[in-house]
Design a protein around this ligand. Structure first.
Ligand code: DX5
Ligand code: ZN
Length: 215
């Protein structure tokens, strides 16, 4: 199975959002990556439901929603109504992660967990069978355009080992600092979804760049 590419809307031009959404519609991208930040869990505020509604209206590909918010349980049904296909919550923001994952699935979405750079992925072992996706943060969450953290390769390997050991499957998504220089090694190591913000939207030809990331 070939890997997926999910351009991050955070790096789009919000004054020309429909144009940038159409660009992604017309590209080889698989998903829209949608970053929701609350200014509490991360030191930045991105956007909320009104922008999600505009996205939903124009996007012709699944919405991969990454919640960087405290107490995400409060909003699970709202994000289902807003059209999320995958909903990822941060392990660091969930006291009852197992319950959160069940609630996401009960609302009809794929369940993802995002993991900060300092968090050991072995903490996921007891929910591994409940996961559709693990989003490995390869930068500290909050901003686009940061440098990739090299330790991420080890975390991919640890997740691959966990999958083999437990006989479970889930997507391994890499979020932050993905470039044309590192994407191939990430896929070869075991990544199945690549998020790309700056690499796509700062490119002179975003459509070609998305195609290159799909190679
Ligand atoms: C960071 C976000 C990322 C971000 C990635 O907190 O979760 O999705 O948009 O941006 P780049 O690809 O520019 O590092
Ligand atoms: Zn993200």
């Amino acid at each position: 199975m070939s890997h997926k590419v999910a351009p991050s809307v955070l790096s789009a031009d919000f004054g020309n959002l429909q144009r940038d959404i159409e660009m992604i519609n017309n590209s080889n991208a698989d998903w829209f990556h949608v970053d929701i930040m609350d200014g509490v869990f991360v030191p930045n505020i991105s956007f909320g439901f009104p922008v999600m509604a505009s996205l939903k209206k124009h996007a012709q590909k699944p919405l991969d929603v990454h919640l960087m918010i405290v107490d995400p349980d409060r909003y699970i049904t709202r994000f289902a109504e807003a059209g999320a296909h995958v909903l990822s919550v941060h392990i660091e923001a969930c006291t009852h992660l197992h319950r959160s994952l069940q609630a996401i699935k009960a609302a009809g979405m794929k369940a993802g967990v995002a993991v900060n750079p300092h968090t050991n992925v072995n903490q996921l072992e007891d929910v591994a069978g409940d996961l559709d996706l693990v989003c490995l943060m390869s930068v500290n969450p909050g901003f686009g355009g940061q440098s990739f953290i090299e330790n991420t390769y080890r975390k991919i390997e640890a997740l691959k080992n966990m999958q083999a050991r437990l006989g479970v499957q889930f997507d391994i998504e890499i979020d932050g600092g993905v470039t044309l220089a590192n994407y191939k090694k990430l896929v070869d190591t075991g990544a199945t979804v690549l998020v790309a913000g700056n690499t796509v939207f700062s490119a002179s030809n975003p459509i070609d760049t998305i195609s290159a990331l799909k190679q």
